[in-house]
Design a protein around this ligand. Structure first.
Ligand code: CMP
Length: 142
């Protein structure tokens, strides 16, 4: 099905100058970038985005990391976009990520793992709405 998913290029990957390389992976796989912005999250924004992980032991470190520098947030659109983006990213833990995935190529640790992607169509809708208004999403007309 035609889907949208939320993608984040995390502070570690922005710091390594990998924005273009990562966008190339999305576009080469046929995903269209239909919304995009660079931001530096506040503590409140990061806590809100990751609210489902509030009780996890890594929550404090996660918020600290995600506020440590600028990120690039985008909406990816395409056939099977949620799963396609997860395949491009690889496993959450780079040590378990398949060769050729973003996390295998660009991430060192599970805490600083280069990218985030929605894990399901339902979470994608919520995560897209967290960062983008309807007017900021630009479907392709050509
Ligand atoms: P992300 O997809 O952004 O969602 C939550 C993040 O928490 C995850 O990527 C990891 O970077 C980080 N994290 C740290 N430790 C863990 C863990 N044990 N399990 C899942 N996520 C973790």
């Amino acid at each position: 099905a035609l889907e949208r998913t939320l993608s984040i290029i995390k502070p570690d990957a922005v710091a390594k100058n990998l924005i273009g390389a990562i966008y190339n992976r999305f576009e080469s796989a046929g995903l269209r970038i239909v919304a995009a912005k660079m931001m530096h999250l506040s503590k409140e924004q990061a806590e809100g985005f990751y609210a489902e992980h509030k009780e996890r032991p890594f929550f404090g470190a996660l918020v600290e990391f995600m506020t440590s520098g600028p990120i690039v947030v985008q909406v990816l659109e395409g056939e099977d976009a949620v799963r396609k983006n997860r395949d491009i990213m690889g496993a959450t833990n780079p040590a378990e990520a398949l060769a050729g995935t973003l996390r295998a190529d660009y991430a060192e640790t599970i805490d600083e793992n280069a990218v985030h992607g929605s894990d399901a169509v339902e979470s994608a809708a919520r995560e897209i709405a967290y960062f983008f208004s309807d007017e900021e999403i630009c479907p392709r007309t050509r």
